[in-house]
Write a protein that binds this ligand. Structure first.
Ligand code: ITT
Ligand code: NA
Length: 183
């Protein structure tokens, strides 16, 4: 089976491909721009993206939207994660967190699969914001996020290790469990 993943982010593709590889499902990246509305939730962003893309694409496809939610910053950057990453970046987040003891945060991933109907799958991973950037792997906020139960940042892990703990790994697992029952 082949799955079309519409995203501009090669890191996401790498993780999805690694997840599906042993399951004999091939992930194919399609780079198609779609508007990301400024909504209150990742689910709304995904549903809006699908409504826009479904007119453009003939085969079933999925998209994914994710964000980092920092508790002491009232959930910031959250749905603004992409914009914040490109503007103040990791150093900006570390600066905002200077002197803050409560470093609890979670990552959330929402996958939307379209096969004529919209199917939503999500995953959450709690952890904490590191005191400094560590690691070369992964992408985005990975060098400053330490998942619960680990001492390593996501950027210090292999793709398999990150998938076994991450928000995206959990959302992909829910997606796969659904595919098994429905395809
Ligand atoms: P799309 O084309 O798929 O939308 P994107 O990179 O714009 O790719 P998002 O809007 O979902 O993706 O990402 C929001 C931000 O959160 C973005 O800056 C990512 O780098 C970051 N991010 C998402 N997932 C992450 C992960 O697993 N680890 C670290 N950072 C992540
Ligand atoms: Na995006």
């Amino acid at each position: 089976m082949k799955l079309f993943f519409i995203t501009s982010n090669p890191g996401k593709v790498r993780e999805a491909a690694k997840f599906f590889e042993p399951l004999k499902i091939e992930v194919i990246q399609l780079k198609r721009e779609y508007p990301e509305i400024q909504a209150d939730s990742l689910e709304e962003v995904v549903k809006f993206g699908i409504e826009w893309l479904k007119k453009e694409i003939d085969s079933p496809f999925f998209i994914e939207d994710s964000g980092l939610f920092i508790e002491s910053l009232n959930g910031f950057p959250g749905v603004y994660s992409s914009y914040v990453y490109k503007t103040i970046g990791l150093d900006g987040i570390l600066k905002l967190m200077e002197g803050i003891e409560d470093r609890k945060a979670y990552f959330k991933s929402v996958i939307g699969y379209y096969d004529g109907d919209v199917h939503i799958f999500s995953g959450v991973t709690w952890g904490r914001i590191a005191n400094e950037k560590r690691g070369e792997g992964g992408f985005g906020y990975d060098p400053i996020f330490i998942p619960e139960g680990s001492e390593k940042t996501f950027a210090e892990m292999t793709t398999e290790e990150k998938n076994s703990l991450s928000h995206r790994g959990k959302a992909l697992k829910a997606f796969f469990d659904w595919l098994k029952e429905n395809i």
